[in-house]
Design a protein around this ligand. Structure first.
Ligand code: SF4
Length: 131
């Protein structure tokens, strides 16, 4: 039986048709989350974005958390945000969270709460292999 925990959104997914455009990587490697209703990536956007190099270096995408279908899944949670949280354990969550279109279902927020959102600003998906 599906539970609420099974219906989460991955905030660091890949650029493919059906994904949501979540944010844009800035010149200082931080991510500016887009506000409002996120744009759904269509075929044309995905193709164009790949023509210009790895889109995940320039944008952040959200999509359904596939749990066991992802190598980052530990069996019960997302290993990415757990590791990032451990590496930044002294980080203080922003007093005022920035708006985020997927917070209601975000896997990272569900696991780590407000501090996930502070860490999230510094996550460029294509660099996560090094984490
Ligand atoms: S961690 Fe926070 S800011 Fe990042 S996508 Fe999830 S809810 Fe949004």
């Amino acid at each position: 039986m599906k539970t609420e925990a099974d219906n989460k959104t991955c905030p660091s997914s890949t650029c493919k048709e059906g994904a949501l455009l979540l944010g844009v990587v800035q010149g200082d490697n931080t991510v500016a989350l887009l506000t409002g209703t996120p744009l759904t990536v269509d075929k044309a956007f995905a193709e164009k974005a790949h023509e210009d190099g790895d889109p995940e270096r320039r944008f952040r995408f959200a999509n359904k958390c596939v749990q066991t279908g992802c190598k980052q899944w530990t069996g019960h949670s997302c290993g990415v945000i757990t590791r990032l949280h451990e590496m930044n354990e002294r980080i203080e969550a922003d007093a005022q969270l920035k708006p985020c279109a997927i917070r209601n279902t975000c896997r990272w927020y569900a696991q780590e709460g407000d501090s996930a959102c502070t860490i999230c600003t510094y996550v460029v998906t294509n660099n996560l292999e090094e984490v």
